[in-house]
Design a protein around this ligand. Structure first.
Ligand SMILES: Nc1ncnc2c1ncn2[C@@H]1O[C@H](COP(=O)(O)OP(=O)(O)OP(=O)(O)O)[C@@H](O)[C@H]1O
Ligand SMILES: [Mg+2]
Length: 349
């Protein structure tokens, strides 16, 4: 950088080629003397004449520039931007001729956001594991301290402990599923599957549970040729997991005594669509776009009471993506909620 940028014309030429922001600042005052188009895009139009520390949030930037100026060594640090708190830059300083310093601004916003997502994920997992664990430890201590517990109380404690242990186990299973489907997401599945019978077998496996709540899961094939086998390229276990999760939600979040419907449509000549429909409270519009985020729940307390961890739809989304499909969600308050899965038909069907 210091060999190239010796005059304004060089600066402008090099700067126009860079995707990174480039500022030329005065080594003493850190006043901005020139800015390339990327820097203008990142920091705003009005830069020339301002001190670097008025646009970058690193409070010591004038100091950094000065010490670079005195020490003649490259320096790097991370900074935000005054007018956009979501942006993050890695800054590299380099001493230039005539007492100037070049400030290279590399946009780190994406990496920074990914890092935040990772941190939030770890915090969520720890939190979700800690609550059942705390409850288990609490009951164990109580039982150890009171030897004279009557049988009914003992049984009650044990059944709560059993439920908490199962919750932890479910969470771990879901985390493993999620991690597996995330790693496999770019590998297209190649098995030929008869999706209609796969979906019907999931429905059959959940019918008893529905019946216990006085509900039924009704399947209907709405295609013009309902005898057609409906073949897709997929992975049976994953497709089963998609419908298991959608039906699990439909049962959990539906009003008592209402039936669940699964309707198959010909979406277009190359795609099938399954609608999983239930009646219940519904989902307020503002939550819909976020439902497939990991751990996102509309009503944390309620979903948790029903044993939910908020990973089900995240798993569904990744599996549907892997199958080159699409998931869409529509919901009316106090009405019908429809989860639609569109999947490409295999060329042989
Ligand atoms: N059919 C539905 N009707 C109303 N709300 C729903 C429905 N399906 C999902 N939701 C909402 O979306 C949230 C996320 O669903 P998701 O399946 O990811 O998590 P969960 O059911 O809470 O837990 P998990 O599936 O991990 O056991 C739920 O907590 C619930 O608030
Ligand atoms: Mg769920």
């Amino acid at each position: 950088m210091n060999t190239l940028v010796t005059n304004a014309a060089d600066f402008d030429h090099l700067g126009s080629l860079l995707d990174d922001g480039l500022l030329l600042v005065d080594g003493e005052s850190s006043e901005i003397l020139r800015a390339n188009p990327a820097a203008v895009r990142f920091l705003g139009e009005n830069l020339i004449g301002f001190q670097a520390n008025t646009v970058l949030t690193a409070s010591n930037i004038t100091q950094e520039v000065r010490s670079c100026f005195n020490g003649d060594r490259p320096m790097e640090f991370v900074t935000g931007v005054s007018h956009d708190r979501f942006r993050q830059f890695r800054v590299r300083l380099k001493l230039m001729p005539e007492g100037r310093v070049a400030v290279l601004l590399m946009d780190m916003t994406l990496q920074h956001n990914l890092e935040k997502v990772r941190r939030d994920f770890v915090a969520n997992v720890s939190h979700e594991l800690r609550s059942p664990l705390t409850s288990l430890v609490g009951f164990i201590e109580t039982m150890q301290a009171s030897r004279e517990l009557d049988n009914a109380t003992r049984q009650r404690f044990l059944s709560i402990m059993d439920e908490e242990a199962r919750r932890m186990s479910r969470l771990i299973d879901d985390l493993m599923s999620l991690s597996r489907v995330e790693t496999e997401e770019h590998i297209a599945p190649t098995d030929t599957i008869y999706i209609k019978s796969v979906v019907q077998s999931v429905i059959a496996s959940m019918s008893n549970r529905a019946a216990m709540e006085n509900q039924a899961i009704l399947f209907k094939d709405n295609r013009a040729d309902a005898d057609d086998a409906a073949v897709i390229l997929g992975e049976t276990d994953e497709i089963m997991e998609v419908f298991h999760n959608l039906l699990d939600n439909a049962l959990k979040y539906s009003a008592p005594d209402t039936d669940i419907r699964v309707h198959l449509f010909s979406h277009d000549p190359d795609h099938l669509r399954f609608d999983v429909i239930n009646k219940g409270e519904g989902i307020p519009e503002k939550h819909i776009a976020r439902l497939t985020e990991r751990f996102y729940r509309v009503d944390k307390g309620r979903s948790r009471k029903m044993g939910g961890t908020g990973l089900g739809l995240a798993i569904v989304k990744h599996i549907v993506n892997r199958h080159r499909g699409r998931l869409s969600i529509k919901s009316e308050l106090k009405g019908e909620t429809v989860f639609s899965v569109v999947l490409p038909l295999s060329a042989m069907s």
